[in-house]
Design a protein around this ligand. Sequence first.
Ligand SMILES: [Zn+2]
Length: 268
Amino acid sequence: MPIKRIYLLVKAYPEKSKKHGSSICTAGLTTEGEWIRVYPIDLSYYSINKDMLKKWNLIEADVREASEKLKRKESHKIIEHSIKLVDDSLTKISTSKLKKQKIWDDRNQIILPHLNKSIKELDELKSKDHTSLGIIKPKKYQFKIRKKIDEIEVIKSNFIQKTLDGYKVNIPDQIEKTFSYKFRCDDPLCKGHDMICEDWELFEAFRSWKKKYTSPTELEKKLREKFDTNMKKRDLYFIVGTTSLFGTWVIIGLYYPPKSKNKLLLEF
Ligand SMILES: [Zn+2]
C-alpha cells in the first residue's frame, strides 16, 4: 500500500453518508506535488485526532486508490490508524511579521504552482483524465446567498455517535448548500459562473453566527463582510473539486493569502 505525505488543504464539512456513516473527506497536495482526496475519516476518529488533521499539517498515511463510479483520479481511501503527523510548521500563522511572511511564502510555493487557468481548462482535464481537483483565481467575484437568510435550512442533528473507546461525538448540524460565488475566470472567453461554495469555515461561521446574531440582517452583513469585503483585501483563490454523485465543480475551500507585494510569485 503506498505511503503518501500530504499537506491537508481542504476539509469538507462532515456529512452523513449511507456508505461511510458520518465522516470527513479531505483534499490536499502530496509532497510529490499531486492533488489527492482522501476519505473516509470517521467523525469520531476526527474528533479525537483534530490536532493531527488541521489544515496545512503535513501528514503521512497509507492510502489506496478508491473505486468510484466517476473514477475521480485523485480519490483515495485512507487507512485511519496509519495517519501520522510529520510537520506542522505551516499550520499556525506566527505573530512575528517576518515568520508570518515566511509561512505565507512557503504555503504559496506549495499551492500556487498548481494554479489552473479556468474552469474551462479544468473541464477539459476532467474529460481527458478524470481530473477532479484544482485551484483557480477568480478575476471578479461576488459572494452570494441564494436564499433569504432566515429560510436557509439547518437540520439540527441530535445524533450522537459513540466510538469504541466510549467517546461521544456530536454530529454537526447539516446546513443547506445555498452559498455560492459568482465569478469570472482569468480567461477572456469566460462567460461567468455561479458556483456553490462548501467551504467548512463558511458553514461554521453561518452555524455559530446564527446563534449569535438573532437579526437576519446582521447575520447577512457579517457573512458578506467576511466572505466578500474582507476577501477582497486579500488574494482569494478557489480550491474546487467535483462532486462524487454528478461530477459538477463546486468550491470546496477558500485560500486567501495576504495580497502579495511580490507579484513574481504568481508568475510561475
Ligand atoms: Zn470561467
